[in-house]
Design a protein around this ligand. Sequence first.
Ligand code: DSN
Length: 457
Amino acid sequence: MEDYVFDLIEQETKRQREGLELIPSENYVSKAVLKAMGSVLTNKYSEGYPSFEGITSWDDKKISNEILPNYRYYGGQVNIDRVERLAISRACRLFNADHANVQPHSGANANEAVYFAWCEPGDNILAMNLGHGGHLTHGSPVTRSARIYNFIPYGTTPDGDLDYGEIEKLALKNDIKLILVGYSAFMKIPDFKRVSEIRDKASKKWGHEICLMADMAHVAGLIAGGVHPNPLEFGFNVMTTTTHKTLRGPRGGLIMSMGKVNSPIKKISEKSLDNLPTMIDKAVFPGTQGGPLEHVIAAKAVAFGEALLPDFKEYAKKIVENAQALAKGLINRGFVLQGGGTDNHLILIDVMKSYGIDGKMYEKALDMVGLTLNANALPGDTGGAFRPNGVRLGTPAITTRGMGIKEMEKIADWMERVAKICQKTKDENELDDYKEEFDKIRNEVKNIASAFKLPTE
Ligand code: DSN
């Protein structure tokens, strides 16, 4: 059947092929992930959960063979149960977690489910300020969670690290139920042990358990690849993530937790960290979601399987190497980087300080040459969310395409040339006047990009 939609998919494939994806939260999935996602599993309803009755080891063969009783509300689950069990068991293996819930439709849903599982309306939650690199779902007033819970924001220090002193002060001043470490624009490695010690101190002071939560959406692939510490190994009780960023799976969410693993329908009479896995299962379904997207869960299972392979460790290492090479190339060309560089996959540039241009204009100009990144607020940004002075970029997607240090130099070079063209006008509406200069760079980008195939081609 002819449909405009397929034309547009074709055009998007071309855009992805001919340009370079520098948005640090995006990536390219493999053929196998795409195939699982576009499968007939989308036809199936499967509210509820599979069971692991009698399964004592994470053995793919056994897990994909067993037919076990389940906790579902529809029949016909024989294959669905086995697929979801594979996804759960692989996630547990990847992150050394006691339990995984693979059903969240997104990272936002995953975060909401954790708050819902552990907190009561009005409870205090300590989380990173959005303006300092936190995420909307960590307490921005425009979200539903912020109407239910009382988020208390902490920030970063001038050198771009978490302000541990402030976290401790706030945790001891306010009777908090949950401390959240997570972000969407942060380029250091958090000191998870230190936050865990702060939690223990606060817990003693307030006389109750405090849940330690990590939202590792940006760096989950780096954790899986062994180049970033795993918060679950430092006393954190729960870790949420999306599955499509550095983890390179389908668009979706995931919650890993530590504690006793019970049947998801076990009655929990008292909230305790020990019971967190069961409380989270209940909070995802029926608490906050209905039918799981089993085609996406199948694609998650495939992606987790890929991330368990030795190649993925190499991939994770290269993401960081490329980010550091790109950071160096940018610094050498006069760009001012927040925090002075990067320890992970992400770079935040103060383009106003670097070239006297704002982030939105620079984002638009880079789009004209096929380099995609996003304008991003810097701590204390005077331009606000819509016209910030910074841009955010990263290397997960270009590393998937096989690019290395040589290409990072090229990218830094194009970025400098584009910044210099922007300097000539400083008016976003006049960028078209420089079309010829942009087209020249665009062709260079296209030539190099086309030499590095998308994994799905
Ligand atoms: N939208 C994601 C990002 O780009 O960081 C966070 O959810």
